[in-house]
Design a protein around this ligand. Sequence first.
Ligand code: SRM
Ligand code: SF4
Length: 565
Amino acid sequence: MSETIDWQTLSEVEKIKHDSNFLRGTLTESLADPVTGAIASNDTQISKFHGIYQQSNRDLDKERKLQKLEPEYSFLIRVRMPGGMVTPEQWLNMDSLADKYANVSLKLTTRQTFQLHGVLKKNLKSTIHKINESLLDTISACGDVNRNVMCHANPAESPFHPEVIDLAKKIGSHFLPETKAYHEIWLDKKLVAGSKTVEPFYGDRYLPRKFKIGIIIPPSNDCDVFSQDLGFIAIIEKGKIAGYNVVVGGGLGSTFGIPETYPRAGDVIGFCKPEQVVDVAEKVVAVQRDKGNRKDRKVARLKYTIDRLGLDWFQTELEKYLGYSPGKARPFKITHTGDSYGWKKGTDNKWHLTCFVEGGRVKNSNGKKMKDALRDVAQITDGHFILTGNQNVIFAGVSEIIKPKINAVLKKHNVSPESLSGLRKNSIACVALPTCPLAFAEAERYLPTLVSKIENMLEKHNLLKEDIVIRMTGCPNGCGRPYLAEIGLIGKSTGHYNLYLGGSFEGDRLNNLYRENISEEKILKELQPLIEDFATTRKNGERFGDFVIRKKYVKEIKEGKEFRH
Ligand code: SRM
Ligand code: SF4
């Protein structure tokens, strides 16, 4: 086979995938190598498909280099958990793994799952083993495959929540790789001699790039459906889900200095019935598998395939793959992104509490013992946990009797849902430093401080309760979905950020660059007059993101291709 492939025309990762014997690579040898805390370079690509990224502690990199030591290598482990649903037992297991093998914290990600940071090579296998023992896994949480499928998180907001979570799980399972490499390497399942697994769907080079799917139930857009490669918008008619509008070509990653890369909001291209969703998903991914760019990974996501070949072309191609045409998209109305906090009673008569977890970092700090609180809740709840796409957690399905007990636990650990400002409630920060190798600046460790400073300005203008979406990332890859925020901040260099304005509160419009490479002092100075103007001249009910466009602080971005850093 390999003789017929002209590797010169493909990115080097294509060959690494192809030569990996269906995601085995030399991972077993890498794990056994006692000389280094790292794994072999090619294995760092393959490990991603197993939910594992090699990292180093960037706070220490310089010092260790001076001491002629190799970087302090450790690993990020990401769990695959469609729809973010976790049992209390699974929570307790992740909590104890964080203490035993990771950096004593849990990271709740923007795709409704857990990450452990700081796991040493020697502990990787035990950690993955334990995760699997609790009936979770990490396969295809990363890599050039379909990633963790997101779906609407809050059972109290929609009686259709169980239906979409089932769908998210179904789509997730449908796209699981068939290779047994994961089971052999991490779970010591026997190698079947000479048997190469066949990947009937993915083939031996998998997808050209990562692929992301999310499902929303309007009016909530809590998983930013327009940021997904493929999104489904539930259409409720006559008290049931009549089907789903199909959204394609969202994606946020981009690179400074490469104008061919840009964030793009997805296009609504049609409607399908509930029983057609998996087929539609399969065929959309198949078109991308076959027509996506395998030469340049920077422009390999579905959004670029669509812009390169045209949306009309894509629709025609999809219909060919499907053998039928999706129906005409149906009307829907979105009113917000983000989560709504506090206790709510669902139509299931159970209570559901959405808790804000700043930056998604579950830890004990500054007298607020979030990690202890969540562990104690897991010990007493008669419901389950749901991670949201905004790095928060929901205690779902709680009975009337247990509700006050949970309140008492939160109070004891000083993490009772306080009255948060509208800005903080709507904040997201990606991990960035010290673990992310791609970060140019802080995000998770810094945004809370910046938010406090902006809150002071908002308070002066009586806007403390105003919901404004603010999102920060340490680089332009967009992990905190900053391009869809009303205020977006993207790290450019240490302590400096690009400031973007004008995303919509509903999450259906990209923002636009307002100021470049500015420090905190300048950020506050730039925001001050805008907030003042907003307080005095906004129209009744007007959102901040709409206001800055109406007042021409920034031009509205109509399509991704117009976007510039
Ligand atoms: Fe991300 C890469 C963290 C959601 C776009 N992302 C990374 C890596 C793995 C860095 C790396 O490649 O070495 C980061 C690990 C940092 C660390 O130390 O933990 C990282 N991404 C995250 C998380 C943990 C951010 C968070 O604070 O929650 C999110 C994990 C989600 C999950 O559970 O699967 C996360 N990443 C996203 C999102 C948002 C989303 O999916 O809803 C995006 C934008 C949407 C999109 O994909 O277009 C996103 N991450 C990227 C990109 C840019 C991809 C592109 O198309 O160019 C990269 C870099 C890459 O792939 O080359 C990246
Ligand atoms: Fe790292 Fe950049 Fe993603 Fe933040 S946005 S986690 S800095 S890759």
